[in-house]
Design a protein around this ligand. Structure first.
Ligand SMILES: *[C@@H]1O[C@H](CO)[C@@H](O)[C@H](O)[C@H]1NC(C)=O
Ligand SMILES: *[C@@H]1O[C@H](CO)[C@@H](O)[C@H](O)[C@H]1NC(C)=O
Ligand SMILES: *[C@@H]1O[C@H](CO)[C@@H](O)[C@H](O)[C@H]1NC(C)=O
Ligand SMILES: *[C@@H]1O[C@H](CO)[C@@H](O)[C@H](O)[C@H]1NC(C)=O
Ligand SMILES: *[C@@H]1O[C@H](CO)[C@@H](O)[C@H](O)[C@H]1NC(C)=O
Ligand SMILES: *[C@@H]1O[C@H](CO)[C@@H](O)[C@H](O)[C@H]1NC(C)=O
Length: 508
C-alpha cells in the first residue's frame, strides 16, 4: 500500500514539474512521526525522597502465594518486575465463597511509596484487567498491535497500583452476584480491602485514591462515600477520586440532550446526508434538546435544571442517540461508540472487546489462556471475558445517579476530585457531563460559577489539549481527540490529571 502511495506521489511529481512538492520517502515520513511522538513523551517526575523501590517485600508469609515473577508473563519479552495477584475473599468468614481477583504492582522507580491507587473499570461487569492491559498498567497490549510493550505512562510511575475485578460476577471473581445497589457493592470492596490488608499489611495507612471510568462513575463515588461514612472500617487514608467519562446523571442528560450538538460539532466525521441532518434537528427541537445547553447550563446556573421531557431516559420518539448510532453504522460499519474517529477495518483486540467481529478476533483472549491464568494465580476453570455475561446486579442497580446523591459529599470530604471526559466519546458525551455538573450542588453553591475557558488544559510538552476548570475542590478536564477510555486514548493527559489529584503538581 505504501509503495503504491509513493508511486502515485512520484507520478504526480513528474507531471507537476520542478516546483512540485517533494516526494516524501519512507524515512522522512517516519522521522516526522517520531518527532511528533517525542512531544508526547513524559518528563519523569522528580525522584521521590525515599529510596528507589527495587522490590517491595511483605512480611506475612501468605503474601508469597500471590507473588508473580515479572519475567514469566506469557508473550511479555521483558521483566515487568515483582507483582502480586490472585483471589481475595470479601470477608474473614471461613465459609466465604465470594472472592475478588486483584493484581497489585508496587511503584516503579519514579513512584511514591506513600500512596496507593485503586482502579476499576465499569460496565457494570467489565474487568479491570482491561484497564491494566490497555490503559494504565506497567505493560500494555494495545488494540491492533502485535505484542505487549512497556507503558511509559503507567500509573506505577506515580505509586502502588491495585487493579480489582469487582463486583462479584466480574472477570475471574468468584461467587454468586446478589448485590442490590451501590452501597452493597461498596461493602464488598471494603471487605476485600480489609482482607487484602491483613496479607499486605505493609500497605496499611497509605494515602488512597480511587479511580475508574464509565460505569465506575457510579462505583467510585459510592465506594468513596462508604469509606468516608465508615471511617473506622479501613486502615487507609482516602484522599480523592479520579473518574473518566463517568456515568453520573440521567441517560437523557448524558446521551440524548447533547447528541445532536455533538453530530454538528463533528459533521464531517459522521458525514450524514443533508436530509437526515434536517431530521435530527427537527427531533432535537421537538424533544427540547435544541438549545438546552445554552439556555440552562449557564455559569453560574439560574436554578435546578429541568428534564427536557417526562423521562430520565428518553420520551417516545426522542431516543435520538439510537437514531444517530444506527445512521453512523450505515455510513461506517466500523463506527466505534467509544471513539468516533475509527473507520474500517475493525482492529483485532487481544481482550476481544469492543473490537469483537468474528473475522478479526483470535482466541483464546489473553486472560483466558491457561498459561496466563497460571502465571497470575487466576482460577483455571473460569472462562474469562472482558465484560461479564451474567448480570452483576441481578435485579438492577437501585442506587440513584451519583451526582444526584453521594458525589457532592465525596467532593466535600476529598482533598481533590478529578472528573475527565474524552471529547471524541459518543457513548457518554462531554456536554452532558457539563450539564450534570451545572445541576449539582457542592460546597454551598450550584455548579461552576465561571465559564469553562477554551484551551485551558495545557498538557506538558504538547500545549492545549482541551479544557481544565477547578472550583471548590472539583476539577473537570475535557480531552481533545480522546475516546471514552482516557488513559488508553490520551495516556499523557490522563497521567497528568492523576498526578494533579495526588498533589504531585499544583495544576492539572
Ligand atoms: C522479590 O520478592 C519476592 C518475594 O517477596 C521474591 O520471591 C523475589 O525473589 C524477589 N525478587 C528480587 C529480584 O529480589
Ligand atoms: C458463614 O459463617 C458465618 C460466621 O462465620 C455465619 O454467620 C454464616 O451464616 C455462614 N454462612 C453460611 C452460608 O454458612
Ligand atoms: C514508567 O513505567 C514504565 C513501565 O513500568 C517503565 O518502563 C518506565 O521506565 C517508567 N518510567 C520511569 C521514568 O520510571
Ligand atoms: C437536577 O437535579 C435535580 C435534583 O436536585 C433532579 O431532580 C433533576 O432531575 C436534575 N435535572 C437534570 C436535568 O438532571
Ligand atoms: C440519508 O441518511 C439516512 C439515514 O442513514 C438514510 O435513511 C437515507 O436513505 C439517506 N438518504 C440518502 C439519499 O442516502
Ligand atoms: C469556546 O469555543 C467555542 C467554539 O469556538 C465558542 O462557541 C465558545 O463561546 C468558547 N467559550 C468561551 C468560554 O470562550
Amino acid at each position: 500500500m505504501l509503495s503504491g502511495l509513493l508511486l502515485a506521489l512520484s507520478v504526480l511529481g513528474s507531471f507537476a514539474g520542478a516546483n512540485a512538492r517533494k516526494m516524501m520517502t519512507k524515512s522522512e515520513l517516519h522521522a516526522r512521526q517520531a518527532e511528533a511522538a517525542k512531544r508526547f513523551e513524559r518528563t519523569p517526575r522528580a525522584a521521590p525522597a525515599a529510596p528507589k523501590v527495587k522490590n517491595i517485600t511483605f512480611s506475612n508469609p501468605k503474601a508469597s502465594q500471590f507473588y508473580v515473577d515479572g519475567a514469566t508473563i506469557p508473550e511479555v519479552d521483558f521483566d515487568v518486575g515483582p507483582s502480586w495477584s490472585g483471589l481475595m475473599p470479601i470477608s474473614g468468614n471461613a465459609n466465604e465463597t465470594r472472592k475478588l481477583f486483584f493484581w497489585f504492582f508496587p511503584p516503579g522507580p519514579e513512584g511514591s511509596l506513600d500512596d496507593l491507587i485503586f482502579w476499576t473499570n465499569g460496565g457494570p461487569g467489565c474487568s479491570s484487567l482491561e484497564g491494566f492491559l490497555q490503559e494504565n498498567g506497567p505493560f500494555q497490549w494495545g488494540v491492533g498491535t502485535a505484542k505487549p510493550i512497556p507503558n511509559v505512562n503507567s500509573w506505577t510511575n506515580l505509586s502502588s497500583m491495585l487493579w480489582v475485578e469487582q463486583p462479584v460476577g466480574t472477570g475471574f471473581s468468584q461467587g454468586t452476584p446478589n448485590i442490590k445497589n451501590e452501597d452493597d457493592l461498596a461493602a464488598q470492596v471494603v471487605g476485600f480491602f480489609q482482607q487484602f490488608l491483613t496479607v499486605f499489611s505493609e500497605l496499611k495507612g497509605k494515602k488512597l485514591y480511587l479511580s475508574g471510568e464509565s460505569y465506575a462513575g457510579q462505583y467510585v463515588p459510592y465506594i468513596a462515600n462508604f469509606i468516608y461514612e465508615n471511617p473506622t472500617m479501613l486502615d487507609l487514608s482516602l484522599q480523592g477520586i479520579w473518574i473518566a467519562d463517568p456515568v453520573l446523571g440521567w441517560n437523557v442528560v448524558q446521551a440524548e440532550i447533547p447528541v445532536v450538538d455533538f453530530v454538528h460539532k463533528y459533521e464531517n466525521v459522521f458525514s450524514f446526508n443533508q436530509s437526515f441532518m434536517a431530521e435530527l434537528d427537527a427531533i432535537a427541537v421537538k424533544c427540547n434538546y435544541a438549545g438546552y445547553y445554552q439556555k440552562f447550563a449557564t455559569y453560574p446556573p439560574a436554578g435546578p435544571l429541568p428534564l427536557p421531557g417526562k423521562s430520565t431516559e428518553a420520551d417516545r420518539g426522542c431516543d435520538v442517540w439510537d437514531t444517530v448510532f444506527d445512521a453512523a453504522l450505515v455510513k461506517n460499519p466500523a463506527f466505534n461508540i467509544y471513539r468516533i474517529f475509527d473507520t474500517f477495518p475493525v482492529l483485532w483486540d487481544v481482550l476481544g472487546f469492543p473490537g469483537s467481529f468474528e473475522d478479526v478476533q483470535l482466541s483464546p483472549l489473553y486472560f483466558d489462556r491457561a498459561d496466563v491464568k497460571a502465571a497470575i494465580h487466576a482460577p483455571a476453570n473460569v472462562d474469562w471475558t472482558e465484560c461479564s455475561n451474567v448480570n452483576v446486579f441481578p435485579h438492577g442497580d437501585a442506587s440513584p445517579p451519583s451526582a444526584l446523591s453521594v458525589l457532592p459529599n465525596v467532593i466535600e470530604k476529598s482533598v481533590r476530585t478529578v472528573i475527565n471526559h474524552g471529547l471524541a466519546d459518543f457513548i457518554l458525551i462531554a456536554e452532558g457531563t457539563r450539564i450534570v455538573i451545572q445541576n449539582m450542588t457542592w460546597n454551598g453553591l450550584q455548579g461552576f460559577q465561571t465559564p469553562i475557558a477554551n484551551d485551558s488544559f495545557i498538557v506538558d510538552g504538547v500545549g492545549s489539549l482541551g479544557t481544565a476548570h477547578t472550583e471548590r475542590g472539583l476539577t473537570f478536564l475535557e480531552v481533545e481527540l480522546s475516546g471514552h477510555m482516557v488513559p488508553q486514548f490520551s495516556p499523557l493527559a490522563a497521567f497528568q490529571g492523576m498526578a494533579f489529584l495526588m498533589g504531585f503538581r499544583p495544576t492539572p
